[in-house]
Design a protein around this ligand. Structure first.
Ligand code: XMP
Length: 528
């Protein structure tokens, strides 16, 4: 992405470093995250229009803790230090940091000071004395208690008198609070101010333009070689396939492995969309019997996952082996996978750009990796998918786990169970899509993930004049930002009632529907 102006983010291990990159990109400026311990040479050669130092869990007052490469402060480009980034900036430039006696977490009101280029004119409210105030998110133990020479006060709170500092001549800015989190109400305005006004970046990062660049990059990378891609029906592999096909047409062959644990009509949908509509070469492998055979009698969730993963690789490898001319394996690796696999705030400077085979396919395939989405966040992948003409509903689908219904059928997996579950789940999803709130937003879009779980127990019911003795399904719907923690969704009772009625009436074999009201933690989102 050398043609764009770009912001370099150095990660000191904060949980929210990725958010800094996302906020910068939302401001229309390309940005990337690298570990804090990149070399001075790397910092000089990177070509950043500005640098942001993230927060982190360490204390600069304790011995051998992370420091930014000194080149960061000598390059002459603007720097913004956030939280730990501010503390290390202070320590490295001759100020003092005090080990916090009072810790401050959560909401705080900060007074903006000194009319700096970063905060001037940005405020949430003005006090009776005429002070501009910011509503921010603080999370720190340590604080700066003496600014380095040349710095002036930019922000303060009662418990943190130096909550922001700036050396405007050298264009070095630092804040103790977190502008990257949405709780800091003017955070977006501050980031935009930093990258546009202070660093002078243009807003030149957008998906429609990115398509042309990405196509060119793919062509340059693969030349006349052939490429294979494992299509799962998920968002990432679908968008990767559409993009690569746009770039190199028939040089791409997709392999779609149906393990028999996909959702209702998913196989047909994928084949229609890619094969018929987009004209992509897709090999459809129906491996249902092979998977079911290996899963027979297995009840342990981790054993099931391993079998599904292993068989998937085997089927894919067999297909790939037939495509003798293929030199490249394309994967839908996205930027969060790249950052995560490099490890947070660890000394991993030299591995972050190397190719991580996050998809788990073996190196024995002897194929080079093509990962055209590895610079993009999930929301950017979705925008790209829409820009490439993929259907909105497909691109904004809830996540679906690789082992598919295999982890949503408790205990032993049987084809009979999968067939019942598919039909029940399709009804649930259809009703979620149809139910809209006052603003016209569907409950499907209001939840992060929703699905049905098959419980292999029978309960007694009555239908018409007859007694029934049939299976139970559980409905699961959660709301979450990051899938690490989640709340169960408070779906309207009428909606739950409608789903239950329809499943029991339409899916013979199921006579009871229950709703899962467990949060994560302590429960997980999936049942297995
Ligand atoms: P849990 O159940 O751990 O799920 O709360 C968190 C998110 O991860 C998805 N998930 C998986 N995805 N392979 C996957 O590709 C798996 O084995 C797997 N297990 C869970 C889950 O659907 C949710 O989005």
């Amino acid at each position: 992405m050398s043609s764009h102006s770009k912001i370099l983010i150095l990660d000191f291990g904060s949980q929210v470093t990725q958010l800094i990159a996302r906020r910068v990109r939302e401001a229309g400026v390309f940005s990337e995250v690298f570990p804090y311990d990149v070399s001075n040479e790397f910092v000089r050669d990177y070509g950043a229009a500005g640098i942001i130092l993230s927060g982190g869990p360490n204390s600069v007052t304790e011995g051998d803790t992370p420091r930014a490469p000194q080149a960061v402060f000598e390059l002459g480009v603007p720097v913004l230090g956030i939280c730990y980034g501010m503390q290390t900036m202070a320590a490295q430039l001759g100020g003092k940091v005090e080990n916090g006696k009072v810790r401050e977490f959560g909401y705080a009101e900060v007074r903006a000071r000194g009319h700096t280029a970063l905060l001037n004119g940005i405020s949430d409210f003005v006090t009776d004395e005429g002070h501009g105030m910011l509503k921010v998110w603080m999370s720190h133990g340590d604080k700066v208690n003496e600014m380095p020479p040349g710095f002036k006060l930019m922000a303060s709170t009662e418990s943190c008198p130096i909550a922001g500092m700036a050396d405007e001549e050298r264009r070095l800015y630092a804040v103790q609070f977190h502008p990257e989190v949405t709780h800091t109400q003017q955070g977006k305005a501050m980031i935009s101010r930093f990258v546009h006004e202070i660093c002078g970046c243009k807003s030149d990062w957008n998906m429609p333009d990115y398509i042309a660049e990405a196509m060119e990059a793919i062509r340059a990378q693969v030349g006349d070689d052939e490429v294979i891609l494992g299509l799962s029906g998920g968002v990432d592999s679908s968008v990767a396939a559409a993009l690569i096909h746009r770039a190199i047409g028939d040089q791409l062959t997709c392999v779609f492995v149906d393990h028999g644990l996909l959702r209702l009509d998913e196989g047909t949908m994928v084949m229609n969309m890619f094969g018929k509509n987009l004209g992509v070469k897709v090999i459809h492998v129906d491996a249902t019997e092979q998977f079911m055979g290996h899963l027979a009698g297995v009840t342990d969730p981790e054993a099931k996952r391993k079998i599904i993963g292993r068989e998937f690789v085997e089927v894919f490898q067999a297909q790939a082996g037939k495509l003798k001319s293929a030199k490249w394996l394309a994967q839908g690796t996205i930027y969060p996978d790249v950052i995560e696999s490099a490890g947070k705030g660890k000394k991993t400077a030299h591995t972050i750009k190397s190719h991580h085979n996050v998809g788990g396919l073996p190196e024995t395939l002897n194929l080079k990796l093509l990962e055209p989405l590895r610079e993009l966040f999930k929301d950017e992948v979705r925008e790209l998918g829409v820009a490439l003409g993929l259907p909105h509903d497909m691109v904004y689908r809830h996540p679906f786990p690789g082992p598919g219904l295999g982890v949503r059928i408790l205990g032993e997996v049987k084809k009979e169970y999968a067939d019942l579950l598919r039909r029940a789940d399709a009804i649930f999803i259809e009703e979620l899509r149809a139910a809209k709130d006052e603003e016209g937003k569907s409950w499907y879009d209001k939840t992060s993930q929703a699905f049905t779980v098959f419980l292999p127990v029978k309960s007694v019911g009555v239908m018409g004049d007859g007694r029934t003795y049939e299976y139970v399904v559980a409905l699961r719907a959660v709301q979450t930002q990051d899938f690490m923690t989640a709340h169960w969704a408070h779906l309207p009772h009428e909606l739950l009632g409608r789903v239950s009625n329809r499943i029991i009436n339409e899916v013979r074999g199921i006579n009871r529907v229950v709703y899962d009201i467990s949060g994560k933690p302590p429960a997980t989102i999936e049942w297995e």
